[in-house]
Design a protein around this ligand. Structure first.
Ligand code: GUN
Ligand code: ZN
Length: 445
């Protein structure tokens, strides 16, 4: 049926002597689950993956009017997924000299106070989304600010680019500046209105977003839990056990809770599609609770190093079968690039005598992130029927990376070099639903 291919976009790769790889994705988190095609084609129609396979197989299905895009020796990979990032912290990146609680007071709260202004919120949301795309991030779980208008802004910007993105209004009713406080009642009603307005509009998903238990009263956490029960397919997004002073404060604020995680669990906030950023200072029982209730963890290594928070224990999360994705945590994190975030993750794990091979790193940044957000039936790899979000990794983005890639003996070595040496310069193109939304060297996407 020729007409079926009218709108197809096909990506074709040719073998040359110097190339070791062309299309890569993960089927699971094992080394064996990393699939490479050295002369592959990705057949896309109406924004969905029809098939990935050897070029000769796909070619047989093409009609004369199929559009074939040849990316030569560059590597095509699923769009990257950022499981924890703050859009109103664009101007907080690279703020000097403080750990979490001081950093929030000194830099972060003042910056977030500006997002009640819809014009600022919209302009910055557009900048933020463009920054995601130029770093190859096609899906993110985003903290907005306490202002509903900031949620409208980020969803509007994402919807204009057809992105699959989750976000929510921050809930905080204490221990923060008065101009940033909501109440249990307004948190409930504003969130509810935003869920009804945005959840499942196009590819958008709502995340119920209590900032952290320090800044939410019991009454507010209960309101968040009520929303979570009334809208069971929303995400839940918060911070957990990032910094030791924070954990000590939680013990004072909630003397009857078994642990920090327990504060959330008691309010029904630990369930499938709950995503907790950081998860550094946890108890054994906390891992068990994650395993039982299905919450996921966002590993934010760049932020955890920058704010001096501590080292995430990936091995332990794996041992308990907890879903883990990667978070840049901009502006606590110092880069929008998930490649740079993998670089930091590798070092954090080295400090604990743990390893991170390139297959697992790619998994964390793609399919693992999708699982953590509960959208692995939609994105994360190139299985037939998934949404066609993908990126082209330049294999000569810098002289040094070009030099090292030319020396790579295996696909996995090459992928590792991309991850350790790569950054935004590595992303030559970004595609959303089969449409190019970013090309390196152009000023605006
Ligand atoms: N804990 C509560 N709020 C924040 C935040 O904005 N960033 C980080 N990294 N941790 C938090
Ligand atoms: Zn954060």
């Amino acid at each position: 049926d020729d007409a079926a291919f009218l709108d197809s976009i096909t990506l074709r790769f040719t073998i040359t002597d110097s190339s070791h790889y062309h299309i890569v994705h993960c089927l699971d988190d094992t080394e064996a689950g990393l699939q490479f095609f050295t002369d592959g084609m990705l057949l896309v129609k109406d924004g969905k993956v029809i098939e990935l396979g050897p070029a000769e197989n796909i070619r047989a299905q093409l009609s004369a009017d199929s559009l074939i895009i040849d990316h030569g020796e560059h590597l095509i990979c699923p769009g990257l997924i950022d499981c924890h990032v703050h859009f109103p912290q664009l101007d907080v990146i690279a703020s000097y000299g403080a750990q979490l609680l001081d950093w929030l007071e000194t830099y972060t709260f003042p910056s977030e106070a500006r997002y009640g202004d819809p014009e600022i919120a919209q302009a910055d949301a557009n900048f933020f989304i463009d920054e995601l795309l130029r770093n190859g991030t096609t899906t993110a779980l985003v903290f907005a600010s306490v202002h509903p208008t900031s949620v409208d802004a980020i969803f509007t910007a994402a919807q204009q680019r057809n992105m699959r993105l989750a976000a929510g209004k921050v809930l905080m009713d204490r221990n923060c500046p008065a101009n940033l406080q909501d109440t249990p009642a307004s948190a409930y009603h504003d969130s509810r209105e935003l869920i009804e307005k945005w959840h499942h509009q196009d590819r958008l998903l709502y995340a119920i977003t209590p900032r952290f238990a320090v800044t939410s009263s019991d009454a507010q956490l209960a309101a968040a839990g009520q929303l979570a029960e009334e809208f069971p397919d929303t995400l839940i997004h918060t911070h957990l056990s990032e910094n030791l002073d924070e954990v000590a404060w939680i013990t004072e604020l909630f003397p009857h809770a078994r642990s920090y995680l327990d504060v959330y669990a008691q309010h029904g906030l630990l369930r499938e599609r709950s995503v907790f950023a950081h998860c550094i200072h946890l108890h054994e029982e906390d891992y068990q609770e994650f395993a039982q209730h299905g919450g996921g963890m966002a590993f934010c290594p760049s932020s955890n190093l920058f704010l001096g928070s501590g080292l995430f224990d990936l091995k332990k999360a794996h041992a308990y079968g907890v879903n883990v994705g990667l978070g840049t945590d901009v502006g606590g994190g110092t880069s929008f690039s998930l490649l740079q975030t993998i670089n930091a993750a590798y070092k954090v794990l080295q400090m604990q005598k743990q390893s991170l091979h390139s297959a697992e790193a790619l998994y964390l940044a793609t399919l693992g992130g999708a699982k953590t957000l509960g959208i692995d039936d939609k994105v994360g790899n190139f299985l037939s029927g998934k949404e066609a979000d993908f990126i082209i990794l330049d294999n000569t983005p810098t002289p040094l990376l070009a030099r090292r890639l030319a020396q790579a003996h295996t696909h996995k070595d090459a992928l590792f070099m991309h991850m350790i040496l790569g950054d935004d310069r590595s992303i030559s193109e970004t595609y959303i639903l089969g449409e190019r939304v970013y090309k390196k060297g152009t000023v605006s996407s």
